[in-house]
Write a protein that binds this ligand. Structure first.
Ligand code: 6PG
Length: 477
């Protein structure tokens, strides 16, 4: 066996370290490097017996320790630090070497970096890696972009460390250049939407039914035995059931209600605006976090009037069942929107992404892993039309069954003054796409009135303008 490593990792903070350990535990010979040597030494001291590690003290040594073509994973902070490592590494690399950025990079940066390295013959692969620290160690979902040649070099190694569902590793070649990081970005956007929907569900059970977090934890535990079964529902039950040891109060009651965000959700929405892809669920989730993080606005607005009466729910168990249906229906919409954005990105950037394959690799390892993804995978076996997941028979049936419950939940929340931006935007989107006529006709009239922007008619071909401020005659433009 070669005494060289078949893969290297630079950047040994917790994600990089766990990825390196996962690689070594699965039989890879892993060269490791960190800017501060102590981290490398700590990895070897604590976990060196887990597999074959080759500790290196500099990027030069790291590069020299790798067999050719070299495979090298960068796991440093997205943005400038990633560029700095690439700039330092590239002069040391040869044609055919593969550089993998496994951080949460913006896909536009990945496209730029890939294009810059092609000229030097170096393959640059932006790989989305989901699953947090535990996933990195025990099996993440991996979304690599870049060239097919580069993927061929990486595939056996990535398959050895990815999560596995029913014998299928959660890794696939997503598409060229930045496709992997793009799909990881939308994954995170969907993660935001899903978390927001779950949070709204909790809020409703708390404020409308007056239930305590521990009881609601039990409700989520029950939800988790059904079609909502997922990692996010599972951890929701754990967080809600947790009691703060300092105060003996429910943990959720002692945590500041200001949700943070690192930026991937915002990127998803920014890109969706560019693609004209209406990811309303993700956008509401991002904005809900933004509002939560504005204490001065919230303090100022806290005294504003609300509904004059308290909500009365005669049949609490029926309300719980309604909420489960509303959550499931809203989740279908949020995921459908996210997958539509991937489709739009795939067309715009010419990636030819297989949506069913994405659902397949999200079944395990990643934060949004769920039984639900198996149903999405099956749906993409059957449908490929513009209505996406909404055209699938099983999802249509679930949306049909949810109708009365979904509307009752939004109505009850509105009457009670409990904000449900995620659930209500999902319903609004659903009603918008299924409407036979939209008030967009009126908007066209308004545009033509104030700006002579013209309009098209339902009964005649061509483009028209009405002389609004004169005799209101119409002429063809
Ligand atoms: C994952 C997670 C991971 C990270 C998010 C959190 O797929 O493993 O999505 O990437 O936990 O970036 O994002 P926020 O800090 O923006 O909530």
């Amino acid at each position: 066996m070669s005494d060289k490593a078949n893969i290297g990792v630079t950047g040994l903070a917790v994600m990089g370290r766990n990825l390196a350990r996962n690689l070594a535990r699965n039989g890879q010979r892993v060269a490791v490097h960190n800017r501060h040597r102590e981290r490398t030494d700590e990895l070897i001291t604590r976990f060196g017996d887990e597999g074959k590690f080759l500790a290196t003290g500099s990027l030069r040594e790291l590069v020299d320790t790798l067999e050719r073509p070299r495979r090298l994973v960068i796991m440093v902070k997205a943005g400038t630090p990633t560029d700095a490592v690439i700039d330092e590494l590239v002069p040391m690399l040869d044609s055919g070497d593969v550089l993998v950025d496994a951080g949460n990079a913006n896909f536009t940066d990945t496209r730029r970096r890939e294009a810059a390295l092609i000229d030097r013959g170096v393959h640059f692969v932006g790989a989305g890696v989901s699953g947090g620290e535990e996933g990195a160690l025990h099996g993440p979902s991996i979304m690599p972009g870049g060239s097919t040649d580069a993927y061929r070099e990486l595939e056996p190694i990535l398959r050895s460390i990815a999560a596995n569902v029913d014998g299928t590793p959660c890794v696939t070649h997503v598409g060229a250049d930045g496709a992997g990081h793009f799909v990881k970005m939308v994954h995170n956007g969907i993660e935001y939407a899903d978390m927001q929907l779950i949070a709204e569900t909790y809020d409703l059970l708390r404020k409308v039914l007056g239930r305590e977090p521990a009881e609601i934890a039990e409700t989520f535990r029950r939800f988790n035995t059904g079609r909502l079964n997922s990692y996010l529902i599972e951890i929701t039950a754990e967080v809600l059931g947790h009691v703060d040891s300092r105060t003996s109060r429910p943990f959720v009651d002692v945590v500041l209600d200001q949700a943070e965000q690192k930026g991937t959700g915002r990127w998803t929405v920014q890109n969706a605006l560019e693609l004209a892809s209406p990811v309303t669920g993700i956008a509401e989730a991002v904005f809900a976090r933004s509002i939560s993080g504005q204490p001065r606005l919230r303090a100022d607005a806290a005294g504003l009037p609300g509904p004059s009466t308290e909500p009365v729910v005669d049949a609490p168990e029926r309300f719980v069942a309604d909420v489960e249906r509303a959550l499931y229906a809203s989740k279908i919409i949020a995921y459908a929107q996210g997958f539509d954005q991937i489709q739009a990105g795939s067309e715009t950037y010419e990636w030819n992404i297989d949506l069913g394959a994405i659902a397949t690799i999200w079944r395990g390892g990643c934060i949004i892993r769920a039984e639900f993804l198996d149903r999405i995978r099956a749906a993409y076996d059957q449908t490929s039309g513009p209505a996406g997941l909404l055209a699938d028979d099983d999802f249509r049936e679930a949306l049909g069954e949810a109708q009365d419950s979904w509307r009752r939940v939004v109505a009850t929340a509105t009457a009670a003054g409990v904000p449900v931006p995620g659930i209500s935007t999902a319903l609004a989107y659903y009603d918008t796409v299924r409407a036979q006529r939209l008030p967009a006709a009126l908007i066209q009239g308004q545009r033509d009135y104030f700006g002579a922007h013209t309009y098209r008619r339902t009964d005649l071909a061509g483009v028209f303008h009405t002389e609004w401020s004169a005799d209101r005659s119409e002429h063809e433009d």
